[in-house]
Design a protein around this ligand. Structure first.
Ligand code: HEC
Length: 151
């Protein structure tokens, strides 16, 4: 690979899209891929606890606690990906048209994650199951409002 042309390409790109709000992502597609990747990881770490919630796999306090800690880190990630100017992907335009509502949906999610963390840290299986259901509801209610329906 020759990189002679790269500086020009980079300059052109920067001139086209480098507004301060988009500083973390070179282009809209990068932001979309970032938030979708973060959501995918959240879904993996959330979904793997479902068999425990359903009673199909025994409750292992330490394993759940560890996984919830990872989920807490992942839960901080997607939001920067909804940067101004990155409309598209499977997100509805309402994310950008109704930023307060979108923020409220995030807050609801973080509040439910807090309850899940408390329950997981305490090793309280019943509270963990209830809190898991609340987190699932907060994922779903945000998706209902801000994610495009699957076709
Ligand atoms: C505050 C809103 C909000 C919350 C809370 C939320 N999501 Fe999302 N999620 C979205 C939006 C918007 C998209 C579409 C993003 C895109 O395609 O640009 C999305 C996309 C996804 C995707 C698809 C990713 C892809 O590759 O297309 C998965 C999976 C997902 N979310 C899982 C979850 C799970 C699991 C939770 C809860 C643990 C959750 N989400 C919480 C808004 C939210």
């Amino acid at each position: 690979m020759k990189h002679k042309l790269l500086p020009i390409a980079v300059l052109a790109l920067a001139g086209a899209v480098a507004t301060p709000a988009m500083a973390q992502f070179a282009k809209a597609k990068d932001a979309q891929e970032y938030r979708e990747a973060a959501m995918t990881l959240m879904a993996s770490h959330f979904g793997r606890m479902l068999p425990v919630v359903k009673g199909q796999v025994p409750y292992d306090k330490e394993k759940i606690k560890e996984n919830v800690a990872i989920l807490n880190v992942l839960a901080t990630l997607p939001w920067a990906g909804f940067a101004p100017g990155s409309e598209g992907g499977k997100a509805k335009d309402d994310v950008w048209l109704d930023p307060d509502g979108f923020k409220q949906a995030q807050d609801k999610f973080h509040a439910s994650m807090k309850k899940l963390t408390t329950a997981a840290d305490a090793g309280d299986y019943d509270a963990f199951r209830v809190a898991f259901g609340d987190v699932a509801k907060s994922c779903k209610s945000c998706h209902d409002s801000y994610r495009q329906k699957k076709k």
